[in-house]
Structure formats: structure tokens, C-alpha cells
Design a protein around this ligand. Sequence first.
Ligand code: ATP
Length: 559
Amino acid sequence: MAEKIKNEKLEKREINHFLFGLFKKYWKRQVIAIIFISLMALSILIFPMLIKYTIDTVIPSKNINILFRYILLMIATLFGISLITYFGEVIFEFNALKAKKDIRKEIIIKLTRLPYEFFMKINSGELISKLMSDLEMVGVVVSQVFPIFALSVLQITGIIIMLFYLNWKLALVPIILTTCSLLILKLINKKAEKLSIHEREVFGEISNMLIDIINNMKTIKLMSSNMWISNMIDNYLDNHYKIGKKFTKWIKLTGALGNSINGMITVGVFSYGGYLIIKNEITLGTLIAFWTYIQTLMNPLQLLMKVNTVLRSSWGGIKRVVEITKYEEENIPELKEENNIKSIKLENIGFSFDNKKILDSIELSLEKGKITGIIGENGAGKTTLFNILMGLYKANKGNIKFNDTENANISLLRKNIGFVEQEPELFKNCTIKENILMGRKISKEKLKEILEVTGIKRIASKFEKGIDEKIKDIKLSGGQKQIIAIARALIDDPQIILLDEFTSAMDSKNEELIHNILIKLKEKGKIIGIITHKDSTLKICDEIYEIKKGILLKNKSRV
Ligand SMILES: Nc1ncnc2c1ncn2[C@@H]1O[C@H](COP(=O)(O)OP(=O)(O)OP(=O)(O)O)[C@@H](O)[C@H]1O
């Protein structure tokens, strides 16, 4: 229990630190906003004093001219307050838009710097909900919580000073009532905060399900599984609905509490204020000014409650964004060029997923001018082995070596390895060409050569804009996507090429074309590793290894 409270406190401190960091980051903009906030806070203090002066001095003087001048002054004050409020709010909103844009960019870039294992622990649905809705929450906090909190605190302080200035005894009435209500509010918040975190988690699960449903639409239709889906989603939605109802009950309590404080304070002030007038301790002007201040006080108090609601309901989202910002980035060492890689060796490599041993004591040497095939049943650990080779997974033990001696670091591995995965993902908003280059600059001749050799030229000729066609505007088959991924892997002319079931979706003509490319690359002295289940692909391998029960053994029978 003590540990849990300690963790919660630590978490709260981290989130506050993150939010304060955002405030500090935009300090110049915030200073301008604070100037406007101060003006807004000050401006509302003038009006009740004008009322007091009108009632106590101007009206009893029975001079129409002075009264008229005071009315004009009050109208001008109201107009000034509206103008300052307008500019203040525009500045807050501009600050928030800028902050939201920057946070989105920062988080997206941060994601690309996280270790690959992070993405293994999380699934895309959760990540999408993280990126989109949670960042929106952070934006809301920047746009509403910071400025409203600062404005409310300033206004409340100013009003309390004025209340004490008018009559200290009468000032105690609203202060005691408000303090009691705030204590009750604190208890309500605790409950609402917990429910908010739970609601976000369930919402994430629903997003994941929706993605699964859309991805599996074909299977759902063919298996007539609509009812199964409907029942399954019903459970999640029911749960979300129940949490939503509970959350609403608690959060709406804060609003109801706000209204009842308002009523209680009005009754208290007029009863005690009336008594003080009867006793000749204050004037009618003072009571009206006092009451106007109290009315003005309601505004920042209700705003503070709104801030509280916003903060509570966005707490879960902000917490998840903070988790991403806290996640340790991948350590990418400086790249030492290595131009003549003759071999890449795995020595005594062991790897586990959540304490489940996947690979053990792996010894493997991929060599220059050789195609090495890796086979093994589904789930044997073939892709895991390649992920270790590419520095995407960190082995629990053992070494990866270049040329027998050099210890290979991540930079060296990634610079020299071209990889093609089983089901390559393409950037749908980018063109075929952009998907191949992925930001690299190469000569026109080199690009032309790759397009011709891999057969992409033939594929692209069927589209109106050729390789400048966006992926989302065309329908590519699985095999065509694999060919684009092969071109992408070869574009940097890597010394090592790893392919994970790269021909699984290809027709025999394309498969033969790619086999021939690989044979040519091998003859040029490239190091090639292939994961495959296909006999036709195994035929081009010089050596074949098999993973069985986590151990890698040479398979002599299939070469
Ligand atoms: N993110 C993960 N978390 C936990 N376990 C995982 C994860 N990814 C893979 N595994 C487990 O690791 C084992 C090896 O998986 P891997 O993908 O390397 O197998 P594979 O030999 O490539 O299989 P296939 O031929 O089906 O592609 C499997 O038992 C799998 O369940």
C-alpha cells in the first residue's frame, strides 16, 4: 500500500513536471498571456467600486450630470474589460495551437527514437489512441488549464483583498463556505481521477478491436461472424458505458456543488450584510459592491472547477504521453565506416521474451558470396534471429561480430544491412518512389537501374503516374509490395541482405526474377541471409540452418 502511494506521488510529480516544462518552454508567449491575464484580473476589480461610489455618493448628491458621467464611465469600463478579455483569449488559444503542434511533432519524433521493443509491447490501436486523443488532451491542458488557472488565482486573490478592504467580518462568510466546499471537492476529484484512467484504458481496447475488425473484414464476412463480433464488442462497449456513467456521476457532482455554494454564499452575505447595515457598520453601497465582488468571484471559482474537470478527465491521457516522453531512447553509437565486411557472426546468442527462452547458444556465420537459408517451424524464432542481427532486439547474451573480431554496434549493423520483411508495410500517403527512397538521395541512373532490375518499372507502367503514384490511390498486391520492399532494401547497396519469407506472396515469374537478382548479388560478394519455407527458394541457398527448440543446427539434407 505504502509502495502504491509512493508510486502515485512519483507519477503525479512527473506529470506536474511535464506540464510545468510545457509552460516554461513557451515562457515568452506565456509572459504576454500573463500580462493580459493580469489586466483581465485587474479590470474586473474596478466595476464594483464604481457601483459603490454611485450608490453612496453620486445618487445621494441628486446631480443628474454627475450620474450621467458615472454611467458613461461604467459603460467604458465594461467595453474595456470585453476588449482585454477578447485579446487575452485569442492569445491563449494561439499559444495552445502552437503548443499542440510542437508536442505532436516532438512525440512522433520521439517514437522513431524508441527501441523497437517498445512497439512489440504495445499494439497499433493503443498507439493511435495515444497519439491522437492523448495529445489532444495535453493541448487542452495547455489551452485551458494554464491560462484559466493563472487568471482565476489572480482574480480570486484580488477579489479577496477587496472583500477584506470593504469589511473584514463580512468577508469571512464567503471564505469559510468556499473553503469547506473545496475540501469536499478534493475527495470527489480523487475518485474521478481513478475512473478517468480506467476509462482511457478501456477506450484503448475498443480502438484496438476496431482496427482488428477492419483488418479482418474479409474473414468476418466469409465466416459470417457478425454475431460473434457484435457480442464481443458489446462487452467492451458495455464496460465503457458503465465507467462513463460512474465518471459522469462524480464529475457532475462538482458542477452541482458549484451551484449550491453560489446559493449559500448569497444567502449568507445578504443576511449578515443586512444585519451590519442595520447596526450602521456598513453602507448599502458597500453591501452591493460586496455582493457584486462575490458574483465576480463565482466566475473564477467556477472556472477553477472547470479546470479541475478538464485536468481530471485528461489525466489518464497526459499520463500516457508522459510515459512515452520518459521511455529511454535507443542508444545509437557513432558510425565507424566498415567497407569490407567478409562475414557477420553470431556467437553464443541467447534471447528470451518475458522470461520465455526463444533462442539459446546460437552460433551462426553469414559469409561474403554465400546465400544462407534459415528454416524452422512457425514460431521457432527465425524472425527473432534476424531482429537480433539487425540490432532491433538486444540479445540476453553473446556477441555479434563483423569479420571475426569487430564487435558490431547498432549503427554498423543498420548501415550495412538491407532488410525485406514478410509483410512489408508501405507509407500509404507517399508515392512508390518515396517508399523506395525513404528520404535517401541517389542518382537518377541508380534509381533507374534498381527499378529495371527488380521489375518495378513493369509494375509501375500499369499506373497513370508510374512510380509517382501514391500507394493509397492504387491497389497493390502482396507480391508487388514485396518487390517494392526489395527495391527499398537494395537502394543503399548494402553489404548484407536479409530477407524474411520475401517470396511468400510472389508468382513464380517474379520469384524467379528475385532469385536471379540474389544470385547476381551473391556473385558480387554480398552476404545474404534468407528465411523461407519454400523449396524453390532453398535451392538457391549455399547453406541451410534449422532452428529447433531454440537451437540452430546445420541442415545438410536440404542443400
Ligand atoms: N512481441 C512478442 N512478445 C512475446 N513473444 C513474442 C513476440 N514476438 C514473437 N514472440 C514469440 O517468439 C517466438 C518466435 O517468434 P518468431 O516470430 O521469431 O518466429 P518465426 O520462426 O519467425 O515464426 P514464423 O515462421 O511463423 O514467422 C514465438 O513463440 C512467438 O510467440
